[in-house]
Design a protein around this ligand. Structure first.
Ligand SMILES: [Zn+2]
Length: 475
């Protein structure tokens, strides 16, 4: 049936339904994937009050019901609240295993900021709402659904498929991927890794623009800007005030842009995108690829937050804390500045640049590690180079993408956030962020309020992952 023809004649809702049911999944799969998604969203897995363990146990129960042996699913982790789940579907052993990773934890969500309850799975206006609908309980639910479908069918892949659902990607002290690699490498060792926390279809008003694959990522770093002062009585202000000094420095940082820079992956990205985009965006993309690049084109593209983050290291103030009493001059003023650093640069290089930009020796620039510990020197480690663009990963991806979203290019991409891929990459496992979930470029709500995912997008993601993973594991 030609869907677009029907859509002209049928009322919008029916038309929408036809769109939804376009994904080639049966009712049982639809229900299974829906129920798992709902279950995960409704288990609070925030670091503050949630439990990743509860989510791991719920998924382990699903695998048990699907007939996975106890020896093929393990719950393990460093403490009671941060237990990870590792599940193995056995293959023929023709190739080395593949590891699928997904984090179960979510960013905090304050119900008073939301229009729905963030820990309730709400269906509204063609979307599923709830914390984790984009980042990344949808991806978790899809991976669980896919393995259960494989098991139900009696499908034997040509390599073991290992799924690790883990804790503390978003923060916290017990990162599950790091912990598993360190303590149970044998359980998760693989030839390469698919991370569902990246990649996917970028769409514009529901129309797919490209299938992105996260093939490298920026380095994450926090810095504490700190000004101290003897303080005094607020009835007798002095010229050197910790709050004003910090604020002036932050204003200089706000106006500063880190240099424009392309690498192998982002260059390939813009080469492909220049053919997809139209008008000024397309010509700007061509102009930045020139040698030398055109400055006006860089400036125009950089107005888009995604392009800006792709073309530059970024540092932005995210927290502020100062003073100790309403009637006292501040003895201390501090800000957190969060940086996302382009591959090939270290956190220490960026710290030195911050010192230069802040241009005030009274503002100390300290590096803050994952545990909140503070240092007057940042790591010199540069983010790792991209893994090879493997044929056994990309050829099936091109194939399934062209079947499901004809004409949509597959574009290797640099993740501008940071994900658990840093741990697998650092452990020598080539890692690719791949999903079939589509999100509009102006509807990226991960970590934000009213996080949501299009219902149609979700079921297409379910359909895609099954077809793609099967293609990768069956030649
Ligand atoms: Zn995530």
């Amino acid at each position: 049936m030609n869907r677009s023809k029907w859509c002209v004649r049928l009322p919008f809702l029916v038309c929408f339904f036809l769109s939804v049911s376009q994904a080639q999944i049966d009712e049982a799969t639809r229900k299974l994937s829906h129920d798992i998604f709902q279950q995960l969203v409704e288990i609070n897995t925030t670091d503050s009050v949630g439990s990743v363990t509860a989510a791991s146990e719920a998924m382990a129960q699903r695998f048990r019901e699907a007939g996975f042996a106890d020896s093929d699913k393990q719950i393990l982790g460093p403490n009671d609240r941060k237990q990870n789940l590792v599940v193995r579907l056995h293959g023929t052993g023709k190739h080395q295993p593949i590891l699928l990773i997904g984090h179960l934890d979510v960013v905090e969500a304050h119900p008073e900021d939301w229009t729905t309850n963030p820990f309730q799975f709400v269906e509204k206006d063609g979307f599923y709402y709830g914390r984790g609908t984009q980042d990344m309980k949808s991806g978790d639910a899809i991976m669980v659904t896919t393995l259960i479908r494989f098991k139900n069918e009696g499908y034997t892949p040509d390599r073991d498929i290992i799924l690790a659902l883990t804790a503390d990607e978003e923060g916290g002290k017990s990162n599950g991927v790091e912990w598993l690699l360190k303590n149970h490498r044998d359980l998760v060792n693989a030839e390469f890794v698919f991370n569902s926390d990246g990649g996917g279809i970028l769409s514009d008003q529901g129309k797919p623009v490209m299938m992105t694959v996260d093939a490298t990522e920026k380095l994450y770093a926090d810095f504490r800007l700190s000004v101290t002062n003897p303080g005094g009585h607020s009835s007798l202000p002095t010229p050197d005030n910790a709050i004003y000094q910090l604020a002036d420095g932050l204003a200089r940082l706000e106006r500063y842009h880190f240099p424009f820079e392309l690498n192998e992956v982002t260059r390939a990205y813009y080469e492909r995108m220049a053919k997809v985009e139209t008008g000024e965006r397309a010509s700007d993309m061509k102009a930045i690829l020139k040698n030398p690049p055109e400055q006006a084109a860089i400036a125009r593209l950089s107005r888009d937050p995604i392009d800006n983050s792709t073309l530059h290291t970024t540092c932005v103030a995210t927290r502020l804390n100062a003073g100790h009493a309403n009637n006292a001059l501040p003895q201390r003023a501090e800000a957190n500045v969060n940086c996302r650093i382009l591959p090939g640069h270290s956190a220490e290089e960026v710290r030195q640049e911050l010192i230069r930009v802040l241009a005030d020796p009274k503002i100390a620039v300290l590096y803050v590690n994952n545990f909140g510990e503070v240092f007057d020197h940042a790591p010199d480690r540069k983010s790792l180079p991209p893994p090879p663009l493997r044929r056994d990963v990309f050829a099936p991806l091109e194939k399934i993408t062209s079947e499901m979203w004809p004409g949509t290019p597959v574009v290797p991409d640099m993740a501008t956030g940071a994900s658990d891929g840093i741990y697998t990459t650092a452990a020598g496992l080539p890692t690719y962020g791949i999903t079939g979930i589509a999100v509009d470029r102006d509807d990226i709500r991960a970590h934000g309020r009213d996080e949501r995912l299009g219902i149609r997008s979700y079921y297409e993601g379910v359909d895609f992952y099954y077809r793609y993973l099967k293609a990768v594991t069956s030649e």
